[in-house]
Design a protein around this ligand. Structure first.
Ligand SMILES: *Cc1c(COP(=O)(O)O)cnc(C)c1O
Length: 398
């Protein structure tokens, strides 16, 4: 029998705050009623602020991040279009697979899992493409499988410097609402996220930021699309309605989640993620273990992927954590299975939760055969969390 709570330290679905859980508990509503639409206009407005776009728009699809990936591709590209993509983790790999299944011609850059987006290789390939044959560049902002955050602003600079007009697709599923994200400033044309990561909601919504340039591309792109058709959404969204039944209860949850973020202040949300992540990384260092990310500039403030020492199977760590300590850690995905476990510090989290994650990881690591001095990671994280907040965030940024 399990007592107490199951500690959810996976990077999605993330913990849902009580206020959001209460908010989704609503009697069902008439989604065509004359007063259903108005409150949703505020949701669209606040989502635009969250994505930092004035000129673009945000679309909501029943589904998840993967659905929003598909919506982005099928609405703006045509079969056989050449696109530039890098594969350096499970999520970037799955996006490549989807692009290929949908009939795109993918110029693929394969990198070690733990690397960031290949800025100079993008520059080389875009610079060589003087005829603008590459129609889109795809980037995974935060590779959740490896705990790697890539520099989207740098990708935009490369596009500008090579005078390239490819669309910029960004998977921001585990970054929007936690890490700095600047849709307009970075010239992101399609910004993908979902409800169950940084937005602290139950799964069920795919969220997509679309730039004016992407909307224009949708007018002439010829890939087949039906359920995810932008035009159907836009026709209805302007009055707060949807072309088919929306997940009504999730709209209430989204309202509550956006309110929580606005009350805390987006800058404070970002600083909190930075501070909590710094504590977790200090713990990993104190254990003498390595993170998956190749260099400090790539460290993710929403998830840390930790390599287990030689001879210690990360699957055992995860299994012991779950069975014995009622704690869920993220698994090593794809080729990282058995080599990596992950601690999510994304969304509705705090110092106490991170310290619990670290303490239970110590127990699980030790039981799986790692040589761990109990409390070493906890103490290292406490040193970070004891600092005044501004100072801790500064350390994390280094
Ligand atoms: C979770 C995640 C996805 C997939 O989203 P689903 O909501 O599971 O469909 C895609 N990309 C990244 C970076 C993710 O973290």
């Amino acid at each position: 029998m399990r007592t107490g709570i199951n500690h959810l330290f996976i990077p999605g679905p993330t913990n849902v705050p009580e206020r959001v859980r209460q908010a989704v508990n609503v009697p069902m509503q008439d989604h065509r009623a004359h007063d259903f639409g108005a409150p949703n206009l505020g949701i669209f407005r606040d989502l635009k602020a969250l994505l930092r776009t004035r000129d673009g728009r945000v679309l909501l699809f029943p589904g998840s991040g993967t659905g929003a990936w598909e919506a982005a591709i099928t609405n703006t590209l045509s079969p056989g279009d050449r696109v530039l993509m890098a594969r350096h983790g499970q999520f970037s790999a799955l996006w490549v697979q989807m692009a290929q299944r949908l009939g795109l011609s993918v110029d693929l850059i394969d990198l070690p899992w733990g690397a960031g987006a290949p800025i100079s290789e993008f520059e080389r390939r875009l610079g060589a493409d003087t005829k603008n044959e590459i129609k889109a560049v795809f980037v995974t902002h935060n590779e959740t499988a490896t705990g790697v955050t890539s520099d989207i602003g740098a990708v935009r600079r490369v596009l500008d410097e090579t005078f390239h007009d490819a669309l910029l697709f960004v998977d921001a599923v585990s970054s929007i609402g936690c890490l700095p994200f600047e849709m307009d400033l970075w010239g992101v044309d399609l910004a993908v996220t979902g409800s169950q990561k940084g937005l602290m909601m139950p799964p069920g919504l795919g969220i997509l930021g679309v730039s004016p340039k992407a909307l224009k591309a949708a007018e002439t792109a010829t890939m087949r699309r039906a359920y995810f058709n932008f035009a159907d959404q836009i026709e209805n969204n302007d009055k707060g309605y949807f072309p088919y039944t929306p997940p009504v209860q999730l709209l209430h949850g989204l309202r509550a989640a956006l309110d929580l973020m606005l009350e805390e202040g987006l800058d404070n949300v970002i600083a909190r993620h930075r501070r909590l992540a710094a504590g977790v990384r200090a713990a990993v260092q104190a254990w003498g273990l390595e993170v998956c990310a190749e260099s400090p500039s790539l460290y993710s403030d929403t998830v840390t992927a930790i390599r287990t020492p030689a001879g210690v199977d990360a699957r055992d760590v995860i299994r012991i954590g779950y069975d014995r300590y009622n704690a869920s850690f993220g698994s090593g995905l794809g080729p990282l299975a058995g080599k990596v476990f992950r601690i999510g510090h994304i969304g509705d989290s705090n110092e106490g939760m991170c310290l619990t994650a670290i303490a239970l990881a110590e127990l699980s690591l030790a039981a799986a055969g790692a040589s761990i001095r109990f409390g070493a990671g906890v103490a290292a994280a406490q040193q970070v969390y004891a600092l005044p907040q501004a100072q801790a965030a500064q350390i994390a940024a280094q």
